[in-house]
Ligand binder design. Structure first.
Ligand code: SAH
Length: 240
């Protein structure tokens, strides 16, 4: 069934007017008509079954029938992603949402060569990925900030998995095996990698767990997605 993300609060008996682009998608593109059902969620109030009441050119209205799923508690997997070029950044955001991150914090480092990202566009990509993937929360995408400042906020409760391409870190599954599940930050560097100073500061910081992703140097987007899959498998919601 089609799932739509809406901004409105959701409660029983309510009628919603869909945003014009969403209405157009539902009626013109997907050919839904009055009486048809869709699922809606807002990231706060679970998922609701809704019925289309009116499917006009200018106005598409739906009414909420019943709650189909309750809102799950937020997970604690935070991706700290160095700014990379637009295309790999957008891929990373979409796929990281599919893989279950709860928040993405963009970071600038010594070797990032941009300090700006289209947060509105990245957030729309996150919404789309959440709609498609069936999850009920939409991860926030935080605008770029210097790495040190982001670390001060202790994302993931201070536990930081550091994807360290230098080669002498233990492989991720071994490094995380035996750790308790729970909130976690995962840091991936820019195309130019981390500077030696950043690397030693990260390594001497309390709570940093340096990990390797194997013998090949991966592109930053590949590294982020490979690491997220492994974290989910070892500590996250891919465990049996
Ligand atoms: N230009 C750098 C590579 C940067 S790759 C160099 O040649 O060394 C971009 C980021 O992906 C890295 O900063 C790291 O966080 C991650 N990464 C890539 N390959 C990795 C690997 N084999 N192990 C751990 N992290 C890796």
């Amino acid at each position: 069934m089609i799932r739509l993300h809406v901004d409105d609060d959701l409660s029983g008996g309510q009628t919603l007017l869909l945003a014009s682009e969403q209405g157009r998608y539902l009626v013109q593109v997907m050919r839904r008509a009055p009486g048809d059902e869709v699922l809606v969620f807002n990231g706060r109030d679970g998922e609701w079954l809704a019925r289309i009441d009116a499917a006009g050119k200018r106005e598409v209205r739906i009414s909420l029938v019943r709650r189909t799923r309750t809102q799950p508690p937020p997970g604690g997997l935070v991706l700290l992603m160095a700014l990379v070029k637009r295309t790999p950044l957008e891929t990373t955001v979409a796929k990281a949402v599919e893989l279950g991150v709860s928040e993405i914090r963009l970071v600038t480092t010594g070797r990032t060569n941009a300090d700006h990202a289209r947060i509105d566009r990245l957030s729309a990509i996150a919404v789309e990925a959440a709609e498609q993937t069936g999850r009920l929360d939409v991860p926030a995408i935080r605008p770029p900030e210097p790495l040190e400042r982001v670390l001060e906020a202790r994302p993931g409760g201070g536990r930081l998995v550091f994807c360290d391409e230098a080669g002498d870190a233990p492989p991720l599954p071994a490094a995380l095996g035996g750790m308790a599940p729970g909130p976690l930050g995962l840091l991936v560097g820019p195309e130019g990698g981390f500077t030696p100073a950043e690397r030693s500061a990260l390594r001497s910081r309390d709570g940093t767990i340096p990990v390797s992703l194997g013998p090949r140097i991966l592109r930053a987007d590949t590294a982020a997605l490979a690491a997220l899959a492994l974290v989910q498998a070892v500590l996250g919601d891919w465990r049996a």
